[in-house]
Design a protein around this ligand. Structure first.
Ligand code: NAD
Ligand code: SER
Length: 318
């Protein structure tokens, strides 16, 4: 079988930074091409990098041809909070990028495409606890709307053009190696840095706002398992619910206080991200992902907290 050449678009962000390193371990550094709007300060791992604006169609085609790309992971997007600040551009970036990659998948016969969706596809009329795979979906954020349309588009390209596109509705992702980029769940990363540095965090979400989350090692494992699964096991071509942990700011703060006893938490009076969080599920039912391709999470809140604090502490003292 010919070697896969994997292009990661938006590789310098929260997920891309870690995913590129993981893919390079599996496929070999020279077979994973990282790309983003500009060169990152640190690549995190060695291997090819291309400056690429995914909205520049000709440049995308040039990079695909230059490297003989066979698979694309499309990570470039505006996340929920950033998207609300410029809803026209959010639509343009989130939708045009997906069209570009799906059309290229037909033209260049990509073996697979990965495109992440989000829990933001759900809205205020969705059942909020153990939200099922198939349910009412009326997102009221522009980000959620682009993700919902994106899911339909992926399924359409699979059914009509046989594009082998795979997708996960990521919950909020938490990791210590990279910073989050403009989402509503970002507090759950910031809180760990603040706990170690300032011993104080002013949370932009209210104390009892419970949201679905996933620790980055689990998110990477989910992504790679889904991409590795035999095509016939991937029965959902919109996007899979995937669950890990669900907690509120109060619960994560109490968990951190077990390891950093003098850590203090305060809550902001008002923040536009609260309304976004209030429209999302509190927890997710991911039984289809478990049944179809064997998904299961490993990290609970306490295991994640221990790992985050240990690694961040080590990074600070290095
Ligand atoms: P991020 O904002 O951290 O990273 C996105 C990257 O895309 C950035 O490095 C940015 O420079 C790049 N980018 C922006 N515009 C670009 C363009 N025109 N061309 C090329 N690159 C461009 O986002 P992330 O957290 O890594 O998320 C990646 C994907 O996963 C997104 O689709 C996001 O919606 C989805 N997702 C993320 C989370 C999460 O909690 N991080 C949860 C659900 C879904
Ligand atoms: N973590 C993401 C956000 O908050 C969810 O898609 O935007």
């Amino acid at each position: 079988m010919a070697t896969e050449k994997i292009l990661v678009v938006g590789s310098s962000g929260q997920i891309g930074t870690e995913l590129v390193a993981e893919l390079r371990t599996i496929f070999g550094a020279s077979n994973v091409i990282a790309s983003d709007l500009r060169e990152p300060f640190s690549h995190g791992s060695d291997g090819p990098f291309e400056v690429l604006d995914i909205l520049d169609h000709n440049r995308f085609t040039e990079v695909v041809k230059k490297h003989g790309v066979t698979q694309v992971y499309l990570l470039a997007a505006l996340l929920s909070a950033s998207a609300e600040k410029d809803h026209h551009f959010a639509w343009k970036l989130n939708m045009e990028s997906l069209y570009t990659v799906l059309d290229a998948a037909i033209d260049f016969k990509f073996s697979k495409v990965f495109w992440p969706s989000s829990i933001a596809v759900f809205g205020p009329t969705t059942p909020r606890d153990l939200t099922p795979q198939y349910t009412v979906m009326e997102p009221n954020t522009i980000y959620g709307i682009t993700k919902q349309v994106g899911e339909r588009l992926c399924e359409y390209y699979y059914n009509k053009f046989k594009v082998d596109v795979r997708s996960i509705r990521y919950p909020g992702l938490i990791g210590w190696k990279s910073a989050p980029g403009g989402g509503t769940t970002d507090y759950a990363v910031h809180i760990y840095h603040a706990a170690l540095k300032e011993k104080y965090y002013n949370c932009f979400l209210s104390a009892n706002t419970k949201l679905p989350m996933l620790y980055m090692p689990d998110a990477l494992r989910a992504t790679i398992s889904l991409m590795d699964a035999p095509a016939e096991k991937v029965k959902i071509r919109g996007s899979y619910n995937v669950a890990g942990i669900s907690f509120s700011p109060k619960e994560i703060a109490e968990n951190i206080q077990q390891y950093v006893p003098d850590f203090k938490m305060a809550y902001a009076d008002s923040d536009p991200r609260q309304a976004i969080a209030d429209s999302w599920p509190r927890s997710i039912n991911d039984s289809e992902a478990r049944a179809d391709w064997g998904w299961h999470h490993k990290y609970d809140l306490d295991a994640m907290t221990k790992d985050m604090l240990e690694n961040l502490q080590e990074a600070v003292t290095k």
